[in-house]
Write a protein that binds this ligand. Structure first.
Ligand code: NAP
Length: 289
């Protein structure tokens, strides 16, 4: 890292909590590797303080910041502009401050698409993708998959009405992709047999829970399984799929890739490919050792 000086530019992350965020480690490693005079710092911001925090960040002249739980939606009303990625995803995880104007981006979706390619060799296009979940992560993923030219998406969610709502919204934005919603208990009948990719966007598995309503044996040969969870690195879903010979990937690659895109938004420079993921793996292996 550069020695801090009067010229050092500031990046950061706002959220609550941010104590366990892995972004400062991976962003500072990339900034140092690229020889950029920036520092990336965590800011714990409660919902009551969001207004004051955004005004403060603007007044202090930061270059940009990440936004995490619980502010990804609330931040939108404070911004001057939204990139298409944020508008479609209905959430912002990256803000660029330039000439006093704040622009919101959503780099989770493009991070997901990059991770599918890098970690699973999966390129969106023809075929059916089954998504479990209809929350913020699902919304960003569906929008990015549609933009990447996916032919068909099947949405499954515990609260069926949320899946229906998400499908309707995305169909109106991306009419070229066929998007349908099914109740969670119909997943095994809902074209799982023709899926080329199954994606878990829910939090089921973070505490070792199984996704017991999915019959992985229904997936056709060659189908792949992606779990957005990265802590733990291997969820029961991934363990069970791998035991059946199915190719799998966890969400660590997505976390790194969304960080790479944010880094480019702020600095105009593409960080060294794979560096952020190596930092994350080192931290995760240390904490699970
Ligand atoms: P969210 O908006 O709160 O949505 C949570 C989703 O999980 C909803 O669809 C919810 O269904 C479903 N769900 C939760 N508990 C469930 C249960 N017991 N049974 C069935 N469904 C359940 O959260 P989010 O922001 O989308 O995040 C979801 C996950 O994605 C988290 O694990 C997060 O860590 C991960 N994520 C990873 C990355 C990455 O970079 N790798 C980025 C973003 C998010 P209902 O609608 O019925 O409540």
């Amino acid at each position: 890292m550069y020695a801090l000086s009067g010229a050092t530019r500031i990046l950061g992350i706002i959220g609550n909590p941010v104590r366990h965020s892995l972004s400062p480690a991976m962003q500072n490693a990339a900034l140092a590797e690229c020889g950029l005079d920036y520092i990336y710092v965590p800011f714990a911001v409660t919902p009551e303080c969001l207004d004051a925090a955004v005004s403060g960040l603007r007044a202090l002249g930061v270059t940009g910041f990440n936004v995490t739980i619980p502010h990804k939606t609330a931040i939108m009303s404070y911004l001057d502009r939204l990139d298409e990625s944020a508008e479609a995803a209905g959430a912002v995880n990256t803000v660029l401050v330039k000439d006093g104007l704040m622009t919101g981006y959503n780099t989770d979706g493009s991070g997901f698409i990059s991770s599918l390619a890098d970690d699973l060799g999966f390129v969106a296009g023809k075929g059916t993708i089954v998504i479990i979940g209809a929350g913020g992560a699902a919304r960003g993923a569906v929008a990015a998959l549609c933009r990447a030219g996916t032919e068909r998406i099947v949405l499954i969610n515990r609260t069926f009405s949320r899946a229906v709502e998400l499908a309707e919204d995305m169909r109106s934005r991306y009419p070229e992709t066929g998007i349908v919603a099914y109740p969670q208990d119909q997943i095994n009948e809902c074209r799982l047999g023709s899926a080329s990719l199954l994606v878990n966007t829910t939090s089921i598995g973070m505490n070792g829970e199984r996704i017991d309503f999915v019959d992985l044996a229904k997936l056709p040969k060659g189908a792949k399984v992606y779990d957005m969870i990265y802590s733990p690195l291997q969820t029961p879903l991934l363990r069970e799929a791998a035991a059946m010979g199915i190719e799998t990937a966890n969400g660590l690659g997505m976390l790194a890739a969304q960080g790479e895109v944010a880094f480019s938004v702020w600095t105009g420079i593409v960080p060294p490919k794979g560096l952020m993921k190596r930092v994350l793996l080192r931290i995760c292996n240390l904490t699970t050792a």
